[in-house]
Design a protein around this ligand. Structure first.
Ligand SMILES: NC(=O)c1ccc[n+]([C@@H]2O[C@H](COP(=O)([O-])OP(=O)(O)OC[C@H]3O[C@@H](n4cnc5c(N)ncnc54)[C@H](OP(=O)(O)O)[C@@H]3O)[C@@H](O)[C@H]2O)c1
Length: 286
């Protein structure tokens, strides 16, 4: 298949390229070549390229900046999402929108199934929740795939790295670490998420929302502790409570996958196994 990926040079995009290599042709326009908020340019590009499906991994996802610049958050995430979905629908192919656990309020300690009502508590989450509605309304074949706490070897270009690398670098530098222990989520290896996205496209699954996180859950403190252990490092690491700040964050936003069996897919491996794979396969320079 011929697949376009918007946001294809970021953390997830890099793993989409690795996953699709030898299986599919991937077209990855740079942000500087094409902005997802440019509806006309995007529609023309999609018509010219004539893909079999489109993945939209482009995002403005620095949550603090989304809070102070909601117009940009909605322009890139919601309007950009709509533009991609409309361009896909115009040529009759499926689009995949990458979303987040931050669409949820965070008050379900047992986790959220795919069709649980959203209730974002910050601008980033609201822009992604709006995008989900717009995408599913605009593209009859559209699918939304949610991830949370992404970690991939490329690191997030929008966020400047990823949490695992930040923790390992600080541990190596001997920095005493205090990490929040009252926000729980399901970590997501971008290599696993990429494989899941490609498989959802290959299987031509019905339109709707899918969860692409690894299975299980942890707090950020537990995630940091396991990463440091797996990397063979030691650190002064203590749990702390979330402090009030400019951005509200969901306390428990664990993504539960109930749909994989119905579309013939295996559930994602546990986050601990994905993290172990990630640590074992880090490039030598990092
Ligand atoms: N990182 C997480 O923890 C996390 C958690 C849940 C969900 N997600 C979602 O997962 C997806 C992938 O995240 P990621 O970590 O791979 O992000 P990333 O590394 O920041 O990659 C995002 C990519 O989108 C591009 N981009 C940004 N704005 C654009 C625009 N207006 N038009 C076209 N391209 C644009 C960026 O290019 P430039 O760098 O050149 O601007 C970058 O290549 C996003 O939808 C994000 O919201 C992420």
């Amino acid at each position: 298949m011929r697949l376009i990926v918007f946001g294809g040079w970021g953390q997830l995009g890099t793993d989409l390229a690795a996953t699709a290599a030898g299986r599919h042709e991937l077209i990855r326009p740079r942000h500087s070549e094409l902005d997802v908020s440019d509806a006309d340019g995007l529609a023309a590009y999609v018509r010219d390229q004539a893909p079999d499906a489109i993945i939209n991994a482009a995002a403005f996802h620095k949550v603090e900046l989304c809070e102070t610049d909601p117009a940009r958050a909605f322009t890139v995430n919601a309007i950009g999402g709509l533009n991609v979905a409309r361009a896909a629908a115009a040529i009759g192919v499926p689009s995949v929108f990458i979303s987040t656990d931050y669409v949820f309020r965070g008050d379900a300690s047992g986790g959220y199934v795919e069709d649980a009502p959203v209730g974002p508590v910050n601008v980033y989450g609201a822009s992604k929740a709006a995008a989900e509605t717009l995408v599913l309304g605009a593209d009859p074949q559209g699918i939304v795939v949610r991830g949370s706490g992404l970690f991939g070897h490329a690191g997030s270009s929008g966020k400047g790295g990823n949490f695992v690398e930040t923790m390992l670098a600080k541990a190596r530098a001997g920095v005493a670490l205090q990490v929040v222990d009252d926000q729980r989520f399901a970590p997501t290896a971008t290599r696993d998420l990429a494989e899941r996205i490609i498989e959802l496209i290959e299987r031509r699954v019905p339109t709707g929302i899918y969860h692409g996180a690894n299975s299980g859950s942890c707090s950020w403190y537990e995630f940091a502790r396991r990463a440091i252990e797996l990397a063979g490092l030691s650190a002064s690491l203590t749990p702390r409570a979330t402090e009030p700040g400019p951005v509200r964050r969901p306390a428990a936003s664990i993504l539960l996958d109930t749909k994989s069996p119905g579309v013939g897919m295996a559930p994602a491996r546990p986050w601990e196994d994905a993290l172990s794979w990630y640590i074992d396969n880090r490039p030598p320079t990092s």
